[in-house]
Design a protein around this ligand. Sequence first.
Ligand SMILES: Cc1cc2nc3c(=O)[nH]c(=O)nc-3n(C[C@H](O)[C@H](O)[C@H](O)COP(=O)(O)O)c2cc1C
Length: 393
Amino acid sequence: MPQVFQPANLGALELKNRLIHSATFECMADENGAVTDPLVKRYVNLAKGEVGLIIPGYMYVNPRGKASARQTGIHDDRLIPGLTRLVDAVHAAGGRIAFQLAHGGRQCPKKVIEKAPLAPSGFGRDPASMNKPVAMTEADIQEVIASFAKAAKRAFDAGADAIQLHCAHGYLLNEFLSPFFNRRQGQWGGSPENDFRLLMEIILAIQKTVGKDRVVMVKMNTNDFTPKKGISPDLAAQYAAWLADLGVAALELSSGTFYTFHSVRGDVPIDDLARALPWWMRPMAKMIFKKQVFPCRFQKLYHLPAAEIIKPVIGNMQLILVGGVRTLGEMETVLSESKADFLSMSRPFIREPFLAKRMKEGKTNEAACISCNKCFAAVFNELPLRCYVDGLL
Ligand SMILES: Cc1cc2nc3c(=O)[nH]c(=O)nc-3n(C[C@H](O)[C@H](O)[C@H](O)COP(=O)(O)O)c2cc1C
């Protein structure tokens, strides 16, 4: 039996294998952020497909942190019954499930939150929505810390097996960690220690609220690829060591923000993406997207170089590798060389929810996904998640 399909522990959590479904926004919740039947069905299929741990799409912890229409919410106790239904259905199908908690920060479009987006610093405009963010006050920061702690409690009250804090892709927690987005001076910015403080306070608040035994994971950028220097692999390694000290069970490595497509390397479906924008933004957006095509082209295991820097400094904290994981052979090499502890995939599971089971049964060694990114363009256009390789229309 390949190593990837042998049972493994992620922190205190027993998983049937080392394959993880990386958080993937579904655009399937109702307008209040509640779980719907199609959303439950998606994850029941993945559980039946024998994915070791399922992380559904990012969930917003506060209404001001909602980044997309039809995003799942975890900001209100009234959402707990729907979240419980999701967890129970996955458990009944033999799966394990972790909720990814997020605040969209400066990437929340004004048309979704009906207010100016919040950010560590109030400069510039978001490259996707063109909205100008406002710098957070001390009260805003305290509210965000409390929102994450309350959301963590809701996740575990709903029966989730673990949580993951979304500190990647340019959202609020990434913004505080990034010297590009975070231009504050004082306790919340100006040095690596101060940039890290918000994430640290959130982890401590979560541990105080739900106890230290719960499995808390983090997904973090190892490179922001912002116009000026943001998180670099070396800075990420420093943060990773601090996360290990705080008792975080596992770290998933990613990269990129709304400035580029590094998080989802592959094709850039220029016309499909531009269609989601107001007509007056399209010509400029298409020019910007064209510049992304070469730097963001598909690569195998594209976060492996960062993993090689980070793995040696994190002690017992486990490493989850995402990004361009496509073949059984690659997975086995990564595990046998101890470059990571778990392999995580997003786009391949959209096309083939039963991929893990089929690989385990020897029916295939390679994902059919061609990283065309039409799934990404679809949710950007507020269409429900599925494989759109044949086109969006
Ligand atoms: C449609 C779509 C939605 C995504 N939504 C999320 C999300 O909610 N949270 C997150 O951390 N990453 C999200 N991602 C990024 C994936 O989790 C993953 O990091 C990335 O796609 C690279 O992995 P892959 O090569 O296996 O697709 C999304 C990716 C896609 C294609």
